[in-house]
Design a protein around this ligand. Structure first.
Ligand code: ADP
Ligand code: MG
Length: 237
């Protein structure tokens, strides 16, 4: 399978102190990776570099053969940021939030057609929000809002899915369906990266577990993931 995300010698820091310091990472089409690492280790930073929200101080980030700063590349990336909370005074419906995920590929002024709406409905169904599509986003629980943000990342059928702590606030009973949906996306050829501290979230569905330690990314086994957590390597926000 072709390499879709390639980081080579990536260094990045917000100040003088490097957060990422020599990250080498290859991900391929069809791969589902979990990204773990202690609180503050740089997981969100790594995803932001992959989506072009940050630029490396050194090294290179190549996504789908180009730069994530290129709009043609970026629109093929579905990104769900961590712990997003909507402005509570904006009366925006769940459907509208998800439909906004189609804007980068459609263009702002093009009308939604029947096919677009069926994509929106399919994305809502895939996160179990079909019944709440007409609700105002801010009237939903945190977990339901999180699912709407996920549907927004999924709706354009992106080649790369970067999900920052997608299970936060989501009921335990809904997590297996999310894991299966991400597996299905990877099987259909997408590259999926999900940040998670919980080995149970994607244990059976993922292909690889990556951990950030001392500014670098390395791959660990499922067993190591459990040990890593037992030693305090996980941690929540
Ligand atoms: N915008 C920012 N400005 C300055 N420091 C930041 C910023 N965002 C994150 N950091 C710091 O960078 C480190 C890595 O952050 P982050 O990538 O969010 O870690 P993680 O997602 O693994 O918890 C943390 O020490 C955090 O405080
Ligand atoms: Mg984070």
């Amino acid at each position: 399978m072709p390499v879709t995300v390639e980081l080579t010698g990536v260094r990045f820091g917000y100040g003088a102190e490097p957060i990422l310091d020599g990250v080498d990472l290859d991900l391929s089409a069809g791969e589902f990776a979990v990204l773990a690492g202690a609180n503050g280790s740089g997981k969100s930073t790594l995803l932001k570099l992959c989506v072009g929200l940050l630029r490396p101080a050194d090294g290179s980030v190549t996504v789908l053969g180009g730069s994530p700063l290129d709009p043609a590349i970026r629109r093929r990336i579905g990104y769900a940021p961590q712990g997003l909370r909507m402005a509570t005074s904006l009366p925006v419906s769940v459907t509208e939030v998800v439909a906004a995920g189609l804007t980068p590929s459609k263009g702002l002024l093009r009308r939604m057609d029947r096919r677009d709406w069926s994509k929106v409905n399919a994305a809502l169904e895939s996160v179990g929000l079909g019944d709440l599509s007409a609700e105002c986003l801010f009237e939903l629980s945190g977990g339901q809002q999180q699912r709407a943000i996920l549907a927004r990342a999924l709706v354009a059928d992106p080649d790369i899915l970067l999900l920052d702590e997608p299970t936060t606030g989501i009921d335990q009973r809904l997590r297996p369906a999310l894991a299966q949906e991400l597996r299905r996306r990877a099987d259909a050829g997408a590259t999926v990266v999900a940040v998670s501290h919980d080995p149970d979230d994607f244990h059976q569905e993922c292909d690889r577990i990556l951990v950030i330690e001392d500014g670098r990314v390395r791959q660990i086994t499922h067993e190591e993931f459990h040990t890593h957590l037992a030693l305090g390597g996980g941690g929540s926000r």
